[in-house]
Design a protein around this ligand. Structure first.
Ligand code: SF4
Length: 238
């Protein structure tokens, strides 16, 4: 999910379009070379499958179809909805994988430190820890980020064959493009939906509803999936 400040939707779309264009222009060979230099190797610590380490697992539409076919209970609206209309209904760009009720916030599909759907795991799980997006580093400088959680998990400096590095780079770029495309489609949909239904994004109502949820109240969240909105009732924690 991309956090959206109070700027008109069409400008948000334009910003994402610029981002996807620069992503498309990024040479896969450059990412492949970073992957080779870093030489990441998974140690199966399973940290990346917990919310405490990694935040939520956002699902593309194709992943939602897979999750529903395995266990529909694994889905929940992604956190931090982008919009709230003047009537207090939230709108979020997609689904996330539910977490278990443990301290780490383990993924619904994590069992004894292993993914129990490994062969059918989701798009982001297949490319992790590789990423390809521009964000601010600890020094505040915005630049391309290619590896998530560097030096916080796994082992490094392993030899990875060139063809594998290139394949990982292509897969990562495909994922990041698919994610941005999804966000752009969501924003365009919402612009039209608000306009057609006489609705608008209300930051005041957004804050009011978040406060209600924090006191144990409930709210409706409309989740964007496959070109439509799906309603969900969410209950806040008191
Ligand atoms: S689906 Fe599997 S690989 Fe993906 S976060 Fe969950 S346990 Fe980890």
């Amino acid at each position: 999910m991309i956090t959206v400040p109070e700027i008109p939707i069409r400008y948000q779309v334009q910003a994402l379009e610029r981002e996807i264009n620069s992503l498309r222009a990024y040479p896969v060979e450059r990412l492949a070379s970073v992957i080779r230099d870093v030489g990441f190797s998974c140690t199966s610590c399973a940290k990346c499958c917990t919310r405490s380490f990694n935040g939520h697992v956002f699902l593309l539409d194709r992943d939602v179809v897979v999750a529903r076919s395995i266990d529909p209970r694994a889905l929940e609206p992604a956190p931090d909805p982008e919009f709230c209309d003047q009537n207090g209904t939230f709108y979020v760009s997609g689904y996330a994988v539910r977490t278990q009720n443990d301290r780490a916030g383990s993924c619904w599909f994590l069992e004894d430190g292993r993914c129990r759907i490994y062969d059918r795991r989701f798009s982001i799980c297949r490319v992790y820890p590789y990423m390809l997006h521009r964000e601010a580093g600890t020094d505040g400088r915005v630049d391309w980020r290619q590896i998530s959680g560097l030096d916080q998990h796994g082992e490094y400096h392993h030899a990875i064959p060139d063809e594998e590095c290139l394949a990982l780079a292509r897969q990562t770029k495909e994922y990041e493009c698919a994610f941005l495309t999804h966000e752009i489609l969501f924003l365009r949909f919402m612009e039209e939906y608000f306009s057609k239904n006489g609705l608008f994004n209300s930051r005041k109502e957004y804050k009011r509803q978040i406060r209600r949820l924090s006191k144990g109240g409930s709210a409706t969240v409309m989740v964007y999936h496959d070109g439509a909105l799906e309603p969900h009732q969410v209950q806040g924690g008191a």
